[in-house]
Design a protein. Structure first.
Length: 310
């Protein structure tokens, strides 16, 4: 592995770990991926992900970036209050100063307690983040049942009694801004999660659907909190973050412009080339269907919604 793990300490002796790609120098202004670790873990979780991230960098699934994780406590922490501020504000500022990361290109990823923290931070200021990915996030449904308060979740429930600490409440309070931002959101959980975190994740998915807020949701058959699904989920979430940051090629932009020009000129002559596998294909299809889409919108006020009303 040619990537490098760098360890340091934030204020109040908070340890952090940073992973930089091969050939990185402090003058390279890279995007940042903030990793929020789960309960009873630490910034050393990033070391466990190093081989996976190296592989994704090598095959191009994840663009060059700096990945960083700060150690936060579980009980007494939970990414609440000062700990939310540390991860969302203090830590990125330190990384910008010491590692030259681009604070305008920051993504969030977290699992379990970290997934809860990542979503809460993202929904508070959706325009600030490039994307957010939450794996088996510690989201507690309403009403709570005994199955939802296993282990440390009982203490999380007590700590998040205030609505301002709940992801679902932040979503509803800030829904218009989240929708307008176009924030890419990724959710993944197994349907056999030992902590039953599929309950709260499913509740969030349905709320996002009803609010017509775009997101990707994976409910994994027989997936548990740990085991093979845990690493498969990390891979899928990191690939999602990479795709969310991907830029269109010059060829795709040229083809999109050609299709739009063809439509603007009254569809005269043969339509432009159609690259069915390229990013321009969606523009081409919408141009071809434009008369029917316009009529559907005239007849149906829900036609512009991303998700249907069920």
């Amino acid at each position: 592995m040619n990537s490098e793990l760098i360890r340091g300490v934030l204020k109040d002796d908070v340890a952090y770990t940073v992973l930089t790609p091969a050939g990185w120098t402090a003058t390279e202004r890279l995007p940042l991926i903030l990793l929020l670790h789960g309960a009873n873990s630490s910034s050393e979780f990033l070391a466990a992900l190093q081989p996976l991230i190296d592989g994704l960098w090598a095959d191009g699934a994840l663009p060059r970036s700096v990945v960083a994780c700060a150690s936060t406590p579980t009980v007494g922490g939970f990414y609440l209050g000062e700990w939310e501020d540390l991860v969302a504000t203090d830590f990125p500022a330190l990384l910008a100063a010491e590692f030259g990361v681009d604070e305008r290109r920051v993504s969030l990823i977290g699992s379990s307690m970290g997934g809860y923290g990542a979503l809460k931070i993202a929904f508070a200021d959706p325009g600030r983040w490039q994307a957010v990915a939450a794996i088996a996030p510690a989201l507690l449904p309403v009403p709570l049942r005994a199955r939802n308060t296993i282990g440390v979740l009982a203490e999380l429930a007590a700590a998040t009694a205030d609505p301002s600490a709940r992801v679902l409440d932040r979503l509803h309070a800030n829904a218009d801004a989240i929708r307008a931002s176009g924030l890419p959101i990724f959710l993944r959980v197994g349907d056999r999660d030992v902590f039953k975190l599929q309950d709260g994740t499913e509740e969030l998915h349905r709320a996002l659907w009803d609010l017509d807020i775009g997101h990707e949701y994976h409910l994994v058959l027989d997936g548990d909190h740990l085991g093979p699904e845990a690493m498969a989920a990390q891979r899928a979430a990191l690939i999602f973050l990479g795709s969310a940051r991907a830029e269109k090629t010059a060829a795709d932009l040229s083809l999109e412009a050609a299709w739009l020009r063809w439509a603007a000129e009254g569809r005269q002559g043969a339509p432009p080339q159609l690259d069915i596998a390229g990013a321009s294909a969606s523009v081409a299809l919408r141009v071809l269907l434009e008369p029917e889409l316009t009529e559907a919108a005239r007849q149906d006020p829900t036609a512009a919604r991303r998700y249907g009303i069920l």
